[in-house]
Design a protein around this ligand. Sequence first.
Ligand code: ATP
Ligand code: MG
Length: 375
Amino acid sequence: VKIGILGAGQLGRMLALAGARLGIQCACYDQSPDACAGQVAPLTVGGWMDLERLDAFAAGVDVVTYEFENVPVEAAEHVARRVPVYPPPGALRVCQDRLEEKTLFRKLGAETPAFEAVGTLDELRGALERVGLPAVVKTRRDGYDGKGQAVVRHGSEAAGVWERLGGGAGAGRTPLIVEAFVAFEREVSIIAVAGRDGSRAFYPLTENRHEGGILRVSRAPAGGGGGGGGGLQRTAEALAGRALGAMNYVGVLAIELFEVRGHLLCNEMAPRVHNSGHWTIEGSATSQFENHIRAVAGLPLGSTAMAAEGACAGMVNLIGTAPALERLCGVKGVSVHMYGKEPRAGRKIGHVSAVAASPGLLGARLAEVQGLLGA
Ligand SMILES: Nc1ncnc2c1ncn2[C@@H]1O[C@H](COP(=O)(O)OP(=O)(O)OP(=O)(O)O)[C@@H](O)[C@H]1O
Ligand SMILES: [Mg+2]
């Protein structure tokens, strides 16, 4: 099989590397000639709605997937008329819109923060009253790394936030959603994978720390949940399983959750491999990237167990700039991943992961890396 990947960022790059190990060749498609997966796999450069270019790309592969969730659904549907596309474009559609996403979570019986879609400034004012303050106002579409959102603490901020986020209909405006601000104890994510034969697997819950809306550090297994019996894990797996079923899903799906007093509230989901699963490259028997490749290629899924029984694993993102490679590679017991991207403020340019026999040892290794970042 040859797999086509729409999007050629670091996620595409790590998918292509995982494919290569199985002898499966991947080819990427991106708007940018500099997209970093192009350094490890053939890259076709074209616009998302350049249907001829997409046709030519699809003609050279057996199956297509994506690593970028803002690929236009129409482009994915167009490609799906030529070759199978996994996850199905319908899943892409749901995951692109925070309103559809949260509506699906509710339909599946999952908890979410209170939310309301708003199309006018008056509706925003009303929604802020009903949802309560503080609240988070977000663009329904195209947000990432905390972009396109604002926390509102006073009703008087409504007009300013409306303007800043460009709320409304028509040219240059965008529909918004209001969510209750959740004073969570921590953020966790569940990464699930579904095979073409209906098989499913789930990684251990990952605990994630964000700063300024960007993921900084992940650790797994997150553990926790009533009586140490893995209650949270079971709850998250059941939820993710329902989401996979509802979307006829094939591939890796990530769901971001807020933990509050033993409850899991769904924040959002991503129809792709996810930053909070990067630790699985060294930490799991089969990484999220390999399992996505296996799923899309119609192969049996690999084990999602920790690479060593009882081990824990984690990851620190390299954002904006990175210490010299000499220094990173000098840290014992960690794995360095650089994406081949130019440093730029707020940009994810690499990550460092570690696997350890105890949470204490893991913490020490990750802290050593973070120490280099501060320096
Ligand atoms: N309702 C909320 N209450 C409290 N904090 C929130 C809420 N919504 C978002 N956040 C914080 O902002 C972060 C980014 O928000 P969210 O995941 O919705 O946006 P995003 O830009 O799509 O993120 P990414 O693409 O990086 O996952 C969350 O991980 C969380 O830390
Ligand atoms: Mg998020």
